[in-house]
Design a protein around this ligand. Structure first.
Ligand SMILES: Nc1ncnc2c1ncn2[C@@H]1O[C@H](COP(=O)(O)OP(=O)(O)OP(=O)(O)O)[C@@H](O)[C@H]1O
Ligand SMILES: [Mg+2]
Length: 934
């Protein structure tokens, strides 16, 4: 059977997809039965007849049959006996066993001897006798492909043989295209029509060959190919890389590759001009609606009429659905062929006719744009409006296409430059087509040098700068300058202006220095009549949350109340930005997922990245660490594919913080180093702070509190919450805990005072919990400390942050034990242990276990069940499985087959005394803990 390891190494492409049932059926008829029989396979071009024939032939020879093969050749049909020659030549060794008349006939027919051509019946009998001679050594299968092209003489002999198989272990399998005539007489022989692949198999086939295809593109390919494997494989090859990844717009009709072209083009080409014109109009209209077609035909000056469709109907290229009054193409590839062979002139004429008869303004604008060659401001305006509408629907790629078309048709240079700049802005801001954005900007500047001063120009240039290797300061200066000098009158309803300010907000955050915030604040203060609420909130909660006013936090709550109904993905991401530090991202889970799904379906890449980032952060805090790691991988891959390299640090951080929290500190440190190496020369202070957070957690995980203290203090010094340093809020517990444990009590006490003065507990319940924990840790007096712990741990809603809660509980348990409250200590420690185990926070689980043992607890030890050592590979696989990877993912990571993974896990379960994957993580933690203990 098919070997899983082999298919994994070749990506599965050699595998016959979706034909198991057909293959089994043919094999049981022709291979498994002892008596011979015949079968004719038919199917449309490219449906996979040859592929299936190959599979049957392989299976037959593996089963010990002797396989003879031949195929008709398209331009050779009048060369007599050429197909028979292919089939019988391997049997020359058996010629001697034939009677001399049969021998002569065969040799002359195959061109091995000169003589008078044999009589047809004699030759047919001779060929059959030859096969029978071979059968004495074992069963024979004769496979003839492309029967429609087999020469007349050979076809007659094959037909003769196919009808006289009974009683001999000789089988015959022929294949031909449906609807093509041939010399082979089929009647009376069993036939099998090979259908197109079903949707599931089509998807698998496309995915195996083109794993990087964007979902929207994949859907178009599946729709167009309709299960035809040749089309499924050839359509994506005819697309450019940018089109496959959905960064570039797909053509309205998918282009045909050479191979596909030859299938349909000749049939379409042979139609009369009027018929082709109608098919072109129908294709470009896309609805097939007969009245539109009729009206458009009249626009062509009365030369064409619906009657002209008759030849296409006759050739079965189209049919008329009388109930819906629509023209239906028999296969989408036919309409591709129609466009393929049309001239530019013909297409423009068809678009012009359609623009005249279309009532829908969007479709009219598109047809007009396609029909127009000379600059025409009226058409350009319509296209620009069209672009705005489609941008609102979230199709940035199509909006860029419409805007650049509008620019092409603009008679005045300033209009042209403005449209190009806006297209560049959308490209750079949303879709990640950074290279084409930079080309568009260059064009715009050439047409009108003053464009450089526009906000769109500056914003697009900033994105390009960030994502090449430009630094944050330069980007900030460029955008802040464009805002200060712009002629926008600080009108708060100016979309280009507020978009630019939201971008500047991010630049200030990345740079993290107070003087970068000054021009931003100045601009926001001048907005009239007043700054948009979301922007005003984000300045506080994202810019400097430690100083955010209570009013800003309640305003955020009101804004988040509208999140569920929000459809603008840019706004959803901006809400997320404002929600990070007040810990409100969970209110945006559903809308953020919507943004991510849109992105996976080909929506704007930058929003997709924003949605992923916010989901990552929320899932980390809410203890869904596998999800964090998976989404972070998705984000990293997307950054790489789309060219938004700047944003990779967000996802490195998420991977790193999960690794640090799980105790995989080597990985965490390596990722943090990578972030710091990247961020330092570019002046991305925010990324440095995020890296320090990772290093602090990893150091605590390693029990190195001195280093942890150093890293946490580097974000903001103890005793202070530095201005515009939001991430200082996320290391408060790390800082205070490591200070206490590394003899820096005074610093811890100072820091707690600063936190209290800033009222960080009013920003979110999570910070309230952590502040309570910090205060208790820093408190010398046991009674008061225990009361502080109790209070913070009994606050409502803190279960939403399991890791934070368990860390405070662990500290609580440690304090209880030292105060000799052993029973209470055990309770707190056990509950912390349980959470750490669930999360897979290994080193914390070990710390809790050690503390529990010191409190006299002797809970389940590994020797409670017969202990068997795991091999290093078993342990590695078990850990990967416990982290949530599937067998397939583990196999990929370790370069082994997924069956091997399964086999190992099968050994692991009994050794660990468990029976399911779900119990793996806990069992491994217990194992670690026991190793640690002993
Ligand atoms: N079930 C399948 N799984 C994987 N690949 C397939 C499958 N069927 C067809 N293909 C691939 O699709 C392409 C077309 O298939 P194939 O050549 O077998 O079609 P065909 O029906 O013989 O066409 P024609 O009528 O032109 O001879 C080939 O590249 C083949 O490898
Ligand atoms: Mg074929």
């Amino acid at each position: 059977m098919h070997d899983a390891t082999a298919s994994a190494s070749t990506g599965g492409v050699d595998h016959l997809v979706g034909r198991d049932a057909d293959l089994n059926r043919i094999v049981s008829l022709l291979v498994s039965s002892s008596a011979g029989s015949a079968l004719l396979l038919s199917g449309e071009a490219g449906v996979g007849k040859t592929e299936l024939l190959d599979a049957v032939a392989r299976t037959a020879s593996e089963a010990g049959m002797y396989v003879l093969r031949a195929a008709g050749v398209q331009f050779e049909a009048d060369v007599s006996y050429s197909a028979l020659n292919q089939a019988l030549l391997p049997l020359t060794d058996f010629f001697d066993s034939l009677s001399s008349t049969h021998q002569d006939a065969i040799k002359v027919a195959l061109g091995l001897r000169v003589g008078t051509p044999p009589e047809r019946l004699l030759l047919s009998n001779a060929a059959l006798a030859l096969l029978q001679a071979r059968v004495l050594k074992g069963p024979v299968l004769l496979v003839v492909d492309d029967l429609q092209w087999v020469d007349r003489a050979s076809a007659a002999v094959f037909g003769f043989i196919a009808r006289r198989l009974t009683g001999n272990p000789i089988s015959f399998l022929g294949a031909s295209r449906t609807e093509t005539g041939s010399f082979f007489e089929r009647s009376g022989l069993p036939q099998l029509e090979l259908p197109p692949l079903d949707e599931d198999a089509s998807t698998r086939l496309v995915d195996s060959r083109f794993p990087g295809l964007a979902p929207a593109v994949r859907r178009r390919v599946l729709e167009t190919a309709q299960g035809n494997p040749l089309a499924l494989l050839e359509l994506p090859s005819a697309l450019r890389a940018g089109q496959r990844g959905a960064q570039e717009i797909l053509p309205y009709v998918l282009p045909l590759s050479q191979r596909l072209q030859s299938l349909f083009v000749s049939r379409v080409r042979s139609l009369p001009t009027g018929t082709r014109y109608l098919l072109l109009v129908a294709t470009l209209d896309g609805t097939g609606d007969l009245s539109t077609l009729h009206a458009a035909a009249r626009e062509s000056g009365g030369e064409v009429d619906l009657e002209d469709l008759a030849p296409a109907k006759h050739d079965q290229l189209v049919s008329l659905d009388t109930s819906s009054r629509r023209l239906v193409f028999r296969h989408p590839l036919i309409s591709s062929a129609v466009v393929e062979i049309s001239t530019g002139h013909e297409r423009r004429a068809a678009h012009r006719a359609l623009a005249r008869v279309q009532s829908d303004p969007e479709r009219r604008a598109w047809h007009l744009g396609e029909a127009t060659l000379e600059p025409d401001e009226q058409v350009a305006v319509q296209l620009e409006q069209h672009a705005r509408r489609i941008l609102n629907r979230g199709d940035a790629v199509a909006a860029i296409a419409a805007l650049t078309r509008a620019a092409d048709l603009s008679p005045v240079d300033t209009d042209r430059a403005r449209r190009l700049t806006e297209a560049a802005y959308i490209g750079a801001d949303a879709t990640g087509s950074l290279r084409s954005a930079s080309e568009l900007l260059k064009d715009a500047r050439r047409v009108d040098p003053y464009q450089r001063r526009s906000l769109h120009f500056a914003a697009a240039a900033v994105q390009l700068l960030l994502n090449s290797d430009g630094d944050v300061r330069t980007a900030h200066r460029l955008l802040a300058g464009a805002i200060a000098e712009g002629k926008h009158g600080y009108d708060a309803t100016n979309v280009a202006l507020t978009d630019a300010l939201h971008l500047l907000l991010l630049l200030c955050f990345y740079g993290g220095s107070p003087e970068m915030w000054e021009p931003f604040q100045t601009a926001v203060d001048q907005l009239r009549p007043e700054p948009p609420p979301l922007l005003a909130v984000a300045v506080q909660t994202f810019g400097d949350p430690a100083r955010a006013e209570a009013a800003a936090v309640s305003q955020l709550t009101r804004i988040l109340d509208t999140a569920m109904d929000e459809t603008d993905s840019a706004r959803i991401v901006r809400m997320g930005t404002a929600s990070i530090y007040p810990d409100r991202l969970s209110a945006l889970r559903e809308p953020s997922w919507r943004v991510v799904h849109q992105g996976r379906d080909g929506g704007p890449v930058r929003r997709h990245l924003g949605g992923l980032m916010h989901l990552c952060l929320d899932s980390y805090h809410s203890g869904r660490w596998d999800e964090t790691a998976q989404l972070a991988d998705e984000g990293l891959q997307l950054c790489e594919e789309s060219g938004y390299s700047f944003f990779a640090w967000y996802f490195l951080y998420n991977k790193a913080i999960v690794a640090a929290s799980r105790g995989d500190t080597d990985t965490a440190q390596a990722l943090a180093d990578q972030m710091a190496d990247w961020a330092t020369p570019r002046g991305v202070r925010a990324a440095l702070d995020y890296a320090r957070h990772v290093q602090a957690v990893a150091s605590i995980s390693d029990g190195d509190f001195e280093s942890a203290f150093r890293h946490a203090s580097a974000v903001s010094p103890p005793g202070q919450l530095a201005r515009y340093t939001p991430h200082a809020l996320w290391v408060i517990f790390d800082l205070v805990e490591s200070a206490i444990r590394s003899n820096h009590r005074a610093e811890a006490v100072n820091h707690v005072r600063a936190l209290r003065e800033a009222h960080v507990d009013e920003l979110s319940p999570r910070l309230g919990l952590l502040l309570g924990g910090c205060a208790a840790l820093a408190c010398v007096e046991d009674d008061l400390a225990l009361r502080l712990f109790d209070k913070s741990l009994s606050a409502r809603g803190i279960d939403r942050w399991p890791f934070d809660r368990a860390r405070v509980q662990l500290a609580h348990g440690e304090r209880l034990r030292r105060s000799r409250e052993t029973m209470a200590a055990r309770g707190s420690l056990l509950s912390a242990l349980r959470i750490f185990e669930q999360l897979g926070a290994r080193s914390w689980a070990q710390r809790a276990t050690k503390e529990l043992r010191a409190a006299g607890w002797n809970g389940p030890r590994s020797d409670d069940h017969p202990k068997q050592e795991l091999t290093p590979q078993e342990r590695e696989i078990a850990q990967l499985a416990a982290s949530g990877l599937t067998n397939k993912q583990i196999a990929e990571q370790l370069f082994i087959s997924h069956r091997t993974v399964g086999a190992h896990l099968y050994q692991v379960y009994p050794k660990l005394g468990i029976s399911s994957r779900a119990a793996l993580r806990d069992a491994l933690t217990a194992l670690e803990a026991s190793g640690f203990d002993g």
